[in-house]
Design a protein around this ligand. Sequence first.
Ligand SMILES: [Zn+2]
Length: 326
Amino acid sequence: MNFDSFVGNKSAVRAVRMAAENGGTGHAWLFCGEAGTGKKTLASLFAQALLCGGGEAKPCGRCGACLKFLKGAHPDISVIRKPADKSFILVEQIRKVREEIYIRPNESEYKIVLIENADNMNPAAANALLKVLEEPPAYAVFLLTADNERKLPETIVSRCRTVELFAVPLPEAKDWLSRRMPGADPAELSAAVLYGGGNLGRSLSFLEDTAVRRGYEQALELARALTTRREFDVLEALAPFEGDRSGLLRLMEDFDRLLGRVAACKFRTGQTDPDAEALSARISPLRAAALHDTLDELRSALFYNANCALTAALLGARLKTVMETV
Ligand SMILES: [Zn+2]
């Protein structure tokens, strides 16, 4: 993979490519954007390009440095991520980085630290990182990724050059997905593209993760239940979530995205959306907006620890009220 094969986000790609080609990279970069938009992929490409010893088009993918990088064996890069059994990146992990960063690079001009989901650092870890960002050695490059950069202390963000990544246009997402999964059924591919809404990671998870697919189907069931006006259908669609807070949050998120598609399907050109079109007969854009507001309100309540079973019941009741009054 190289910068040309990175889909969409041209200005972000241009920024890191120019920095990799011309040097003067700056010591800290923050790649931010929704999960699934390619932050880690672009940060890794940038790291590989900085380490690459090949010709002008870096990363070349063939030189010794690239081959070591691709095997995860290059000595001048370390990758920090939250331990699988912990909720945060720990201060011990960052302290180790601080100790090692002052040892000069082995093979290249740079010593790179890639911190995945840096927004998962606990405050002590963030403080430790801040100290090294204040006075980094000349060869050090820190690459941070974050789904939500607002969770990072401003003192860290202000020391980073920010690269923001976005969803890509649906046709580009479709091209990329068809190349990536050449054997996939075209209807499945279309469904995955619509589910992702231009977020490639999300589209891929729709094809590869049955739990994601099931979640979408449950959101679709809830939407269909609202349009039948049968009390029991809505209760049935929400029943599995009475004791499942994270499942309910996910359902609300999936349902909300589906509403966005329903509201947009009348204006969409070139891409049909059968699920959303079927719902749009009963859910006008105005209704979709009112349903969205209701979801927003209950989602914050649930986030701040409202009772899960009660929220599920309230959600059903409030959504039905919108269907009857808006
Ligand atoms: Zn190379």
